[in-house]
Design a protein around this ligand. Sequence first.
Ligand code: URA
Length: 233
Amino acid sequence: MKLVKHLANLGYGSRKQVALMFREGRITDAQGEVMYADDPVDHDNLRVDGEPLDPPQGLLIMLHKPVGYTCSTKDPGRIVYDLLPPRYRLRSPLLSSVGRLDRDTSGLLLFTDDGALLHRIVSPKSKLSKVYEATLANDLRGDEAQAFASGTLMLESEQTPLLPADLEIVDSRHVRLTLHEGRYHQVRRMFAAVGNHVEALHRSRIGGLGLENLPSGEWRLLDEAARTELFNA
Ligand code: URA
């Protein structure tokens, strides 16, 4: 691949804009030697305005999503991409969220530009659990854990029952729910199915990965060790 295309794929601009950056001498190697659009790609040795390049393709990112942000690329309101560096939205291949969280749900959201990895994370075969902490509007009735674990609970307008889910009761209005699948508004609809209402929802874990001490609204690039952790639940 030519350098100009590599930089355009990383979101530094259109090919035309990146070609201009070359002409302006803004693209150099680590020693400050000016590079040319046709030069071969030596990612780690390149600088734009003296700064190392953004990471190459193969990103896995963790975001601590706050309430009020939509998992969309073009919602008119606040979107999760507003919380990542602006260039990351312009990358090719696209950096997409792995599944979604509702606007009113906070917590752990992953992004990747690696289609195979995305597929592996969401594939039922990987059996990655997702853990949610929910605050309920009404006291628990007492039969919820059994209903969620049954493997027979049907959500409205669905054809197949939910897989067994594990409900841990913190107190009468606070629960930790572990799911092994991801259906639309699943947690909220599960509690609606047992006559309750979710007031607040937070995803704390996906597989073996937690948010650790990542503050709300912040993101972190995940390394190989974190990927192994993700699949080692
Ligand atoms: N279940 C929900 O209801 N909402 C989410 O955002 C995630 C799971």
